[in-house]
Write a protein that binds this ligand. Structure first.
Ligand code: GLC
Length: 736
């Protein structure tokens, strides 16, 4: 439709019809199976209003969605089609690694391809919007939702967020298999007190702007058409009622002109937060703050009409919200074709097809992070070595993250299937369950076993270890121990699995451990008892084949951590882009007071950007094209990297900057460039990065976003701990 036609449509809509567009319900309210991702399945709504809602979340299946869409379009007074939305955050039927793992590829290209395939399968199923990318900066692995983020670096999250938006939306929403993305959770949800989901977020405006907002801004710049408000407060104001956040920052400063949807029942929760007396006040706060769609709460449907009729809320605010919603439907082409790409044939053609599986396998191999390897990996395919795969993850389909609802578990390639396909004749023993009894109950995993059963499992595994030359331990937290409402006060592996590892170690020390988790976990003991440790995260549908590829050297590990791996819980929050302090822990002189613990290191077990390969790389010194920069200059920073090992492999060369002195303190390092290079044994390559003045800007003492003259360090190396550095000076910029 042309804009004029949309404006005419809006002008003809009754107030009830307009408010209907601002309501989102669950499929269960239409007696349709629907994933419930919040505290309630239904809201109080009349049948008349139910027939006029604008969108439905979390139903799936082309046949079902076509039927629902047809009913709505036929019955609606102006035949306005529904928006159908779903949490497709790491794939629909073909499940990709969790976003935290995808970030470890340091490959925006791969992340975009994964999003593209996710969008195709989602669109085939009848979906128009996915609630992704999640761009919350994360620094606290106790928080369960770190698995949905791409990590602790603001700039990298922005690069990955842009890639996901491109993958979902393409260059025009109405083209085949393109769906709208949805940036979430706006804003600053990732640092709740104590890592407790939904808890208070206490960060200064400068930190908010420097660290938490950039990734959302990057995805807005990429053209993402929807933003979801977060459950948390910032500055003690819940996002769904925060006018400064939604209108001043998101719309005015960032220029966002798409649809703002609340998170699940978050508008109604303004009452519980204590900033709304009742639903009526919550509706007023939310519409004035700029929430266009009320996701599964009764507030807009019950109170918005009377607020407008009483004059307390200008109808203009409703009209603006509804126009944004109609524009999104129009740009998706839904007025012309309410069914867009949904068809049973398309589902059959695309769901977990060979092409999609192959990409999922390739992406998964690139997410694995090799943390330690004392010459035990890769394993030999053709050797006589007897291998034993021990642990609850050695033969399970549960290799995907907690936001992987649509997939069918039987689609997953297990580790047993993957390795047997490459090298038959291995021993497999689960040894324990993923969780012990108490944790199973907490995670709602209904499995109960007798002590005898548990003991028999452990004994069987120890016997298997005795018969093997090498052991691959497949251990990890349960998939329900990460994701929403899955914060953990302890981030070690389940105790029953650590006990299994100890028992196996007593009979055979040739151990490789693969860790499956949705967060950085405490790995001190695992690392001490293993000759090799690799993060498998939750690798998805092709997890078993990808693990086999890497274990046997058909793929070489190339993943790099995007969250610091703590040595212990007590170090949290721990992240690489921290600050010098006045007494840095660099002195090494215990008598000298400095930033430290008396009982722990201040550095992580493995830092941001870290990841080993089967080969080795050397880096030359950093060279700069010039050591002084005027505002318009571009400095080129170069290194030569050489593959000094025996395997062709990929390495992510990382470039960090440090502003040595500013009108406010500046991080010790900031990632501002990376390039993934693949080198043959003995091959060298020159890698260069451009440094421009705009990359040096920050919120100065007066909260102006400017660069300041002075010295800057340029680090280029294999991870954020690199000291390979050169420096330059930024000469006086205009007016400063
Ligand atoms: C949930 C999550 C959000 C998700 C939404 C819809 O509560 O916070 O990430 O997209 O509800 O399922």
């Amino acid at each position: 439709m042309e804009i004029k036609e949309l404006e005419k449509l809006l002008s003809e809509m009754s107030l009830e019809e307009k408010i209907g567009q601002m309501i989102q319900i669950t499929g269960s309210m239409l007696s349709v199976d629907s994933l419930i991702t919040g505290p309630t399945e239904t809201i109080e709504i009349s049948d008349e209003m139910l027939s006029m809602v604008g969108s439905i979340l979390n139903i799936e299946g082309a046949e079902k969605m076509r039927e629902i869409q047809k009913n709505y379009v036929d019955k609606h007074p102006h035949h306005i089609p529904l928006l159908l939305m779903y949490d497709v955050i790491n794939g629909m039927e073909t499940i990709f690694p969790i976003p935290l793992a995808q970030g470890c590829t340091f490959s925006p290209e791969m992340v975009e391809q994964a999003a593209r395939i996710s969008a195709k399968e989602a669109a085939a199923s009848g979906l128009h919007v996915t609630f992704s990318p999640m761009l919350d900066l994360v620094r606290d692995p106790r928080w369960g939702r770190v698995m949905e983020s791409t990590g602790e670096d603001p700039w990298l999250n922005g690069v990955m967020g842009k890639a996901m938006v491109r993958g979902y939306q393409g260059d025009s929403l109405n083209k085949e298999y393109n769906i709208s993305g949805c940036i979430k959770h706006f804003a600053g949800y990732g640092l709740p007190d104590g890592g407790r989901d939904y808890d208070n977020v206490e960060i200064s405006e400068r930190t908010f702007r420097e660290d938490y907002l950039p990734a959302y801004r990057a995805a807005v710049e990429e053209g993402c058409r929807m933003v979801m408000t977060s459950f948390n407060t910032w500055n003690r104001i819940p996002s769904s009622g925060n006018k400064w956040l939604l209108r001043d920052i998101l719309r005015e400063e960032m220029g966002f002109d798409g649809v703002v949807i609340s998170d699940y029942s978050a508008v109604e929760e303004l009452i519980c937060h204590g900033i709304a007396e009742d639903g009526r006040e919550a509706a007023k706060l939310a519409i004035e703050a700029g929430v266009d769609i009320d996701m599964v709460s009764s507030v807009y449907v019950k109170y918005l009409g009377e607020l407008v009729k009483s004059g307390e809320v200008e109808e203009r605010l409703v009209d603006e919200a509804v126009m944004r919603i109609l524009k999104l439907k129009n740009d998706l082409g839904l007025f012309e074709n309410p069914y867009k790409d949904s068809s049973i044939e398309n589902e059959k053609l695309l769901f977990a097809c060979q092409e999609h599986r192959e990409l999922a396998r390739k992406v998964a191999t690139s997410t694995f992070v090799l943390l330690k390897n004392e010459d035990i990996l890769p394993l030999k395919k053709d050797g006589e070595e007897q291998l034993a795969f021990i642990g609850p993850y050695s033969d399970t389909v549960q290799l995907y993250g907690s936001w992987s609802f649509p997939t069918k578990p039987e689609q997953t390639v297990t580790i047993k299937q993957g390795v047997e396909q490459k090298k038959p004749g291995n021993i497999f023993a689960p040894g324990s369950f993923i969780l012990d009894e108490e944790q199973r109950a907490k995670c709602g995993v209904r499995e109960n076993y007798t002590k005898e059963e548990l003991s028999a499992r452990m004994d069987e595994a120890v016997e298997a270890a005795k018969r093997a030359d090498k052991i691959v331990m497949c251990l990890g937290e349960h998939r329900y121990q990460s994701g929403e409402c899955s914060s953990r006060a302890y981030i070690s592996l389940p105790e029953n699995q650590l006990e299994l590892l100890r028992r196996v170690y007593q009979v055979n020390e040739n151990i490789v451990t693969i860790v499956f988790s949705g967060r950085p976990v405490e790995l001190k003991e695992v690392s001490e008892l293993s000759k090799a440790v690799m993060m498998g995260w939750f690798p998805g549908t092709e997890g078993g084949s990808a693990i086999a590829d890497v274990l046997f050297g058909d793929a070489v590990p190339e993943g790099k951590l995007t969250m610091s791996m703590p040595r212990s819980l007590g170090q949290i929050p721990i992240y690489y882009n921290n600050f010098m302090t006045g007494r840095p822990n660099k002195t090494g002189n215990p008598a000298q007071p400095c930033m430290c613990y008396v009982d722990e290191h201040t550095t992580p077990l493995y830092p941001f950007g870290y990841g080993l390969s089967y080969t080795t790389f050397t880096y030359s010194d950093v060279s700069l094209s010039q050591t002084e920069m005027q505002k318009e200059d571009v400095i080129t920073a170069k290194v030569t990297i050489t593959n000094t090992g025996k395997y062709t492999a990929s390495e992510t060369v990382q470039m960090y900057l440090r502003d040595v002195k500013g009108s406010v303190v500046r991080p010790v390092k900031m990632l501002r460039g990376f390039e993934k290079v693949t080198l043959q044994p003995g091959e060298s390559k020159e890698v260069s990065f451009e440094i421009r003045e705009d990359m040096l800007r920050f919120y100065n003492i007066d909260m102006e976003y400017v660069s300041e003259p002075g010295e800057f360090y340029v680090y280029i190396g294999t991870d954020s701990a690199t000291e390979n550095m050169a420096s330059f000076r930024l000469i006086k910029t205009e007016g400063k």
